[in-house]
Design a protein around this ligand. Structure first.
Ligand SMILES: Cc1cc2nc3c(=O)[nH]c(=O)nc-3n(C[C@H](O)[C@H](O)[C@H](O)COP(=O)(O)OP(=O)(O)OC[C@H]3O[C@@H](n4cnc5c(N)ncnc54)[C@H](O)[C@@H]3O)c2cc1C
Length: 400
């Protein structure tokens, strides 16, 4: 067959992201949900030798999933949290390796710049952790910040630090790559509440499995309302990308790091102009509760106005920049921001995995490794902070 160059490239890119169709049969494990947690769980299980199938109702990193979209921050600092910083470090190595194998980059080492009032306790604990673990970083006072990033404004009493080895992940493409590059068998289907028949669970036409991992993101309380209603809450989140002026590279990687502003109790964060998709800005505040199947995904005028007001103060040359792209998605929040990785209370072969709570993406590889270990070793104790028992019904976020 003679193909034009364009046809050849189209075929290559389709092959790079198209999941391999699952053969009928009984698998050791079916991972339901092909977001970042499910994709990496399937990868780690397959790597450990399990016969695994991945199932999703809409496809890997589909537009409704929490893992979709252009980019996610990957950072190591967690205010000294002994659980998440090591997981982020383990995951960063896996993301870097995947990015090197992929046809296009998935990880951009832009650095992550944190700034907040100079005496902020969270920042001090993050710095202690970075120092104790010999992680490359540069601590900066207001003068250093202003000199290093003239395109930004910093104010009296602010300080910050740059994590040098971290940056941004290309989110949806990275999840699709995990599935495709590792040839993880995939089936398109929607799981109803699991029912075990003759020792197996039916998960798609002709496909069954002995163990289920339900990594359903914001759908967890929809499929398991008796266990998770009120304990995982899906909230509307909005992300905006503003177009930089023609030829202006001050907001491109190399000049502009990924950034997070912890000032005045308001967490605002964003990315440089990655792959020409515009300068990203988002507010980490939880929006109203939504249904991930049906929520209205048009950006609100209020959010654009709030973003412009922020830009005018912090990135004044972007205050009038055109909005070139926006996305409405959702966080799937646990009560305090800790993940959920535990057995279903009535099905010992069904694992519930989720509660990414607005910070889960970067941890995909470590979450996948942990779930794979639980499946392989039923005696492995569940981390208390990830247990169902610690998932309360009242929202009191502790993890940032
Ligand atoms: C705006 C925004 C910004 C964020 N920023 C960051 C960040 O900077 N850094 C970071 O680390 N994290 C960030 N996060 C959080 C992170 O993206 C999420 O925690 C993570 O993607 C959740 O992944 P998941 O696999 O649990 O869920 P999902 O990606 O939602 O995957 C769940 C999948 O399950 C499927 N599914 C559900 N029910 C069924 C069913 N019954 N049958 C079959 N399939 C089903 C769905 O179709 C979906 O594909 C952000 C999230 C958002 C929304």
């Amino acid at each position: 067959m003679n193909l034009t160059r364009r046809e050849g490239l189209a075929l290559m890119s389709a092959a790079a992201f198209a999941p391999a169709a699952a053969a009928a049969g009984t698998y050791d494990v079916a991972v339901i949900g092909a977001g970042v947690f499910g994709a990496w769980t399937a990868e780690r299980l397959k790597r450990a030798g399990a016969r695994v199938v991945l199932v999703d109702q809409y496809g890997p990193a589909n537009a409704r999933s929490s893992s979709a979209g252009e980019s996610r921050v990957t950072r190591l600092s967690y205010g000294g949290d002994p659980l998440y910083s090591p997981m982020a470090r383990e995951s960063l190595a896996a993301w870097t390796e995947l990015s090197a194998r992929a046809a296009t980059p998935l990880f951009y080492k832009t650095g992550v710049l944190w700034f907040s009032p100079a005496g902020d306790a969270y920042m001090a604990r993050s710095l202690d952790w970075l120092r104790a673990n010999c992680i490359a970083h540069a601590r900066m006072d207001r003068k250093d910040l202003a000199k290093a990033y003239p395109q930004m404004r910093f104010f009296d009493g602010e300080a910050g630090f740059l994590e040098e080895e971290t940056g941004a992940l290309i989110a949806g493409r990275a999840v699709q790559t995990v599935v495709a590059i590792n040839e993880i068998p995939f089936a398109h289907a929607r799981l109803a509440a699991p029912k075990r028949r003759k020792g197996v669970y039916d998960v798609a036409d002709g496909v069954s499995a002995k163990t289920l991992v339900c990594a359903l993101g914001p759908w967890l309380p929809k499929i398991f309302p008796e266990v998770l209603k009120g304990r995982i809450l899906a909230t509307r989140q909005e992300v905006m990308h503003f177009g930089v002026a023609p030829g202006d590279d001050r907001f491109a990687p190399g000049n502009q790091p990924t950034w997070a502003d912890f000032n005045n109790g308001e967490i605002v964060y964003g990315m440089p102009d990655l792959e020409g998709q515009g300068f990203k800005i988002a507010f980490d505040r939880h929006g109203p509760e939504i249904d991930p199947d049906t929520q209205d995904r048009r950006i609100s005028a209020d959010s654009v106005e709030r973003a412009r007001a922020y830009l005018a103060r912090r990135f004044p040359d972007l205050a009038d920049a055109p909005l070139v792209h926006s996305r409405v998605c959702q966080y799937e929040n646990s009560s305090n921001g800790d993940f959920l990785i535990d057995r279903h209370p009535e099905h010992e072969n069904v694992w519930l995995v989720g509660g990414g709570s607005g910070h889960g993406f970067k941890h995909g590889p470590a979450v996948g490794r942990l779930v794979a270990e639980h499946v392989a070793d039923p005696g492995k104790p569940v981390e208390t902070r990830f247990s169902l028992a610690t998932k309360a019904a009242v929202s009191a976020r502790k993890v940032f």
